[in-house]
Design a protein around this ligand. Structure first.
Ligand SMILES: Nc1ncnc2c1ncn2[C@@H]1O[C@H](COP(=O)(O)OP(=O)(O)OP(=O)(O)O)[C@@H](O)[C@H]1O
Ligand SMILES: [Mg+2]
Length: 342
């Protein structure tokens, strides 16, 4: 018979919960993951008492009595969490090994992917429907009306631009996912980038009655990807301008942090603050989700895709930095990006 003492280190090394049952069907060994999920009391107990899962009983009996391999799917709830597992049942010389594979994460991933595809389709469908409508009008009622034709073509161009932005944002996201583990290596000056980004956006902001004020140090060396950090800066400044007050004021500050507790290193804190209406607390934690918008109509009307902050978050993660959004209704919004100093 398999000696449990010999198998123990192997079970302990497994990430998945695993149990070894003795000939009598009692739990001879439970690795730390199994004890986490099922409780520490299970060692020495009959498997029926531990698992109480009808789907497992007959494959386990078959393995104990007949040395037959098996598989079963079970759901197990501990406290408020319910998890789905696929259990592999392997006879080992009289004993039986059970290894649990957590299906919950795989299932959550699949449902996230489905949601994502549905969202993308919907976001593309909206401008497509509009364009189809304009074409129909141009072919019919507006055929001989040059003024209407000009107006409709301009609106079609706007819808096409929106689809173009959406597709570029999606490509950025998928590129970023591929790069997540590769930290950028270029040495850059974050202060220079911040002032460049503010300079590019200032004319548009001022036309809207929004002033952009800067408080930047001489230089702020970081290790980063220039285009991506520019994307972070533009999105945060654009958001502050778009969703801030009219007339309004956006402040961009950059300060050294002697020792960032989470990064455990010297860092730079970049803050973009506006004096707009702010964001209700229930929305704040969700803003970095793809396509999440507080007011979809308003964001769309401004040409937004709702992907801006999720791209920002990916970029900040890739730079080993941290993103924080603080906001309260009536008090404006402050978004901080903390990046390790080079
Ligand atoms: N400074 C801000 N003040 C108030 N609300 C904000 C602010 N920044 C972001 N939001 C809210 O967060 C949502 C998500 O922002 P995000 O940048 O991801 O998308 P977007 O700005 O709508 O679209 P895009 O960035 O693609 O143009 C916005 O739609 C808006 O509702
Ligand atoms: Mg945005």
């Amino acid at each position: 018979m398999t000696d449990p003492a010999q198998v123990a280190p192997v079970l302990d090394a497994l990430v998945e919960p695993a149990l070894l049952l003795d000939r009598a069907g009692r739990v001879a060994l439970a690795n730390p993951a199994a004890r986490d999920v099922l409780g520490a009391w299970i060692v020495g107990q009959p498997h029926m008492a531990v698992l109480r899962q009808p789907a497992l009983v007959s494959p386990v009996e078959d393995a104990l009595a007949g040395g037959i391999e098996g598989r079963a799917r079970i759901t197990h709830s501990s406290g408020a969490v319910e998890a789905a597992y696929e259990v592999r049942i392997t006879p080992l010389d009289g004993t039986v090994l059970l290894v649990f594979r957590d299906l919950t994460e795989a299932q959550a991933g699949a449902s996230q992917r489905r949601d994502f595809v549905a969202n993308v389709s919907h976001e593309l469908k909206t401008p497509l429907t509009a364009i189809a409508g304009f074409i129909e009008t141009l072919q019919g009622p507006a055929r001989d009306d040059p003024a209407a034709r000009g107006r409709f073509l301009a609106m079609m161009a706007q819808e096409v631009a929106r689809m173009d932005r959406l597709v570029s944002d999606l490509l950025s996201l998928s590129r970023l996912e591929g790069q997540a583990r590769r930290r950028p290596t270029d040495r850059l000056d974050l202060a220079a980038l911040a002032s460049e980004a503010a300079g590019l956006l200032r004319p548009g902001a001022e036309a809207e009655g929004v002033r952009i004020a800067l408080d930047l140090p001489e230089a702020a060396p970081v290790q980063g990807d220039r285009d991506q950090l520019m994307q972070v800066l533009s999105n945060l400044i654009e958001n502050a301008v778009k969703y801030g007050a009219r007339p309004g004021r956006v402040t961009l500050t950059l300060q050294p942090v002697a020792r960032e507790p989470v990064l455990r290193a010297r860092a730079w804190r970049l803050e973009v603050a506006d004096d707009g209406p702010g964001i209700a607390p229930e929305h704040v934690p969700r803003l970095t989700e793809r396509f999440y918008r507080v007011d979809t109509g308003r964001s769309r009307a401004q040409g937004g895709t709702g992907l801006g902050l999720s791209i920002v978050k990916h970029i900040v993660n890739r730079h080993r930095g941290r993103l924080r959004i603080e906001s309260a209704p009536g008090e404006g919004t402050r978004v901080s990006v903390i990046l390790p100093a080079a």
